[in-house]
Write a protein that binds this ligand. Structure first.
Ligand code: F6P
Length: 535
C-alpha cells in the first residue's frame, strides 16, 4: 500500500475541477445537461456501460468531456489503484483497527487462491460456508427440530446494523425465491415493542433464534436475546434456552457465544476481517440461505464476485464503481450537493436505501484523513431514499422545484417475474419520465411562475436484467466498491466507525448513574428528571 500522505484538494485535477465547476454553473455559460446532449450526439454511448447484467446510463449528469477527464485524472492522481490492490491482497488497510478488509474473499473462487495465505483463508471460508449450507439445509428440509420434536417454521434474526440490515434487505429483495413454509423475522431495535409484538404471534416450539453479532456484546442484541430466552422459559419451561436447539450464534467472537451458553456446534463463525456492514456474505447471511436456499445464496456470492473482478480489472474509465464514485465526488466536492438519493423502482428493494445508509454513511462519514489530519473538503454525503413510485407522491416536489441539489440514482429491473406486463410498464415508464423531467425541466406559462421547472437535475439510471440472487449480489458489491473509491480519494478510513462509540459510552453511563451523572449537560439532566417524573 502507498503510505505517502495524500490530500486530494492539493492535486492539479482538484484545482482544475474547481474552475470547471464555476464555469459550468456560470450564468454566462448557461450549460445544461440537455444542451450537452444537443452538442454531442454520442453522449449516451460515451456515458453508458454494461457489466454482467447491470447497465449504467450516466449521461444525465452535469458533466462534459473536460470535467470527466479531470475526474478520471483525480482518480489517477489519488492512491485509489494501490489502495484497491492492497485491499484485495489482504493488507491491513483498516489502519485504526489494524485489520485487513477482506469481505471480497468471502465470495472468491477457492481455485484462484495462489499464495499460502490466500489458500488458508479460502479453506477457512469454505469451512464456514459449509456450516451455513448444512444448517440452512437442515432447517429448510424440516430436519432441524425444536426441543419438543417439531420442525422449525419461524426464524428470528436478532442483530443490529450490519448484522441486521444486509440479511433483512436480501430476504426482502429475494422474496421470489423464499421458502414457502419458513418465515424469517428481523429484530434489531432495543425498543421492546418490536420483539414483544413479534413473540405474541409466534409458537415457541417451532421458532429458532439466530443471535447475529460480530462482537457478541452489542447492548440491543443482547437485551433482545435475553427477552427471547425468557419467552422460551415461559412457553416451554426451558431453563437455559440458549443451550437448546432453538438458538444459533453467528459471530466473529465464538468464545463469547460459548460463554453465553450456545452449544459449539450451533455457532457459525466468521473472521474479524469482515466488517459489520460488509457481513451479509458471511455466516451473518444464514437467514438469507435459510430463506432462499444455499444454491441461491451461492449465486448471490457469485454475482458479487463478478463485480469484484470488474472493479479489480476494468480500466478506471470503464469501471462502474469508479464512475459512480467520481460522479458522487463531483457533486459533493465541486457542486456543493449535501445528499444523494437512491430511488429503486422496485418495491422489493425498499430496504436498499437504509442498507446503503449504513454502508455509505458509516464508512465515509469521517473528517480525519488516513494521515491523521482534519480534512478540508467534504466527505460522505447524506444518503436517503424511498421506492418509486411512492416517492413521487411524497418528496419529488422538492426534487423538481426545491432549492437544493440532490443527485439521484434510479434503479430498476427490466423484467419482474412477480409483476405483470401492465404494472411493470407503468412502473418503468414513471421512472424514465421522472429522470427525463428532472433533467429537461419546463418553462412557466406567462404569469405562472409557480409552474416553472428549472430542470438540470442530475441522475444515474441503473438497470438490472431481473432481480435474481446473482444480480442482487452484483448490485450490492457495486455500491460497496463505490464507497471504497470515494474513501480512497478522500483519503479516509472507510472501515472503522469510531463515531458511534461516544454515544454508546454515554448511554451506558447514563443508564448506570441516571440523572445523578455529574457529566450530564443541563438539558439532558432536566429531560431525564422529567421522564422520571421528578419535575
Ligand atoms: O455500532 C456500530 C456497529 O458496530 C456496526 O458497525 C455494526 O454493524 C453494528 O454495530 C452491530 O455490531 P455487532 O454485529 O457486533 O453486534
Amino acid at each position: 500500500m502507498n503510505n505517502t500522505p495524500f490530500t486530494p484538494s492539493n492535486t492539479a485535477s482538484w484545482n482544475k475541477l474547481i474552475e470547471l465547476a464555476s464555469e459550468i454553473q456560470s450564468p454566462v455559460n448557461s450549460a445544461t445537461i440537455t444542451k450537452l446532449f444537443t452538442e454531442d450526439s454520442h453522449r449516451v454511448e460515451k456515458y453508458s456501460l454494461k457489466t454482467g447484467n447491470l447497465k449504467l446510463d450516466f449521461s444525465k449528469n452535469l458533466i462534459d468531456d473536460a470535467i470527466w477527464e479531470q475526474l478520471l485524472r483525480l482518480a489517477n492522481e489519488s492512491p485509489l489503484s494501490s489502495h484497491r490492490d492492497a485491499m484485495f491482497a489482504g493488507e491491513a488497510i483498516n489502519r485504526t483497527e489494524d485489520r485487513a478488509v477482506l469481505h471480497a474473499a468471502l465470495r472468491s473462487n477457492p481455485e484462484d487462491a495462489s499464495t499460502p495465505d490466500e489458500q488458508q483463508r479460502s479453506a477457512q471460508v469454505e469451512m464456514q460456508l459449509a456450516a451455513v449450507e448444512r444448517i440452512s439445509n437442515d432447517i429448510r428440509q424440516g430436519d432441524w427440530l425444536g426441543s419438543t420434536g417439531k420442525p422449525i417454521t419461524d426464524i428470528i434474526n436478532i442483530g443490529i446494523g450490519g448484522s441486521d440490515l444486509g440479511p433483512k434487505m436480501a430476504c426482502t429483495a429475494l422474496e421470489e425465491f423464499a421458502h414457502e413454509r419458513i418465515n424469517v423475522h428481523f429484530i434489531s431495535n432495543v425498543d421492546g415493542a418490536q420483539i414483544l409484538s413479534l413473540l405474541k404471534k409466534l409458537d415457541a416450539e417451532t421458532t429458532l433464534v439466530s443471535i447475529a453479532s460480530k462482537t457478541f456484546t452489542t447492548q440491543e442484541t443482547m437485551l433482545n436475546a435475553k427477552t427471547v430466552i425468557q419467552w422460551f422459559k415461559d412457553k416451554l419451561g426451558l431453563k437455559n434456552a440458549q443451550n437448546s436447539r432453538h438458538f444459533i450464534g453467528l459471530t466473529a467472537n465464538p468464545a463469547a457465544a460459548v460463554a453465553y451458553g450456545i452449544p459449539e456446534t450451533q455457532i457459525l463463525e466468521f473472521s474479524d476481517w469482515v466488517g459489520g456492514r460488509y457481513s451479509l456474505w458471511s455466516s451473518i447471511g444464514l437467514s438469507i440461505a435459510i430463506s432462499i436456499g444455499f444454491e441461491n445464496f451461492k449465486a448471490m456470492l457469485a454475482g458479487a464476485h463478478e463485480m469484484d473482478l470488474h472493479f479489480k480489472n476494468a480500466p478506471l474509465e470503464k469501471n462502474m464503481p469508479v464512475i459512480l464514485g467520481l460522479l458522487g465526488i463531483w457533486y459533493s466536492n465541486f457542486l456543493n450537493a449535501q445528499s444523494i438519493a437512491v430511488i429503486p423502482y422496485c418495491e422489493r428493494l425498499l430496504l436498499l436505501p437504509s442498507y446503503l445508509q449504513q454502508l455509505d454513511m458509516e464508512s465515509n462519514g469521517k473528517s480525519t484523513s488516513l494521515d491523521g489530519n482534519p480534512v478540508n473538503y467534504n466527505t460522505g454525503p447524506i444518503l436517503w431514499g424511498q421506492t418509486g413510485t411512492n416517492g413521487q407522491h411524497a418528496f419529488f416536489q422538492l426534487l423538481h422545484q426545491g432549492t437544493r441539489m440532490a443527485p439521484i440514482d434510479f434503479i430498476a429491473t427490466i423484467k419482474d417475474n412477480l409483476s405483470n406486463p401492465e404494472h411493470h410498464q407503468v412502473l418503468l415508464g414513471n421512472m424514465l419520465a421522472q429522470s427525463s423531467a428532472l433533467m429537461e425541466g419546463q418553462e412557466a406559462p406567462e404569469g405562472q411562475q409557480h409552474r416553472y421547472y428549472p430542470g438540470n437535475k442530475p441522475s444515474n439510471t441503473l438497470l438490472l436484467n431481473e432481480l435474481t440472487p446473482k444480480n442482487f449480489g452484483a448490485l450490492i458489491a457495486l455500491y460497496e466498491h463505490k464507497v471504497f473509491v470515494q474513501g480512497s480519494i478522500w483519503n479516509i478510513n472507510s472501515f472503522d466507525q469510531w463515531g458511534v462509540e461516544l454515544g454508546k459510552k454515554m448511554a451506558n453511563s447514563l443508564l448506570d448513574q441516571g440523572s445523578n451523572n455529574e457529566n450530564l449537560d443541563p438539558s439532558t439532566k432536566a429531560l431525564f428528571d422529567y421522564i422520571e417524573g421528578k419535575d
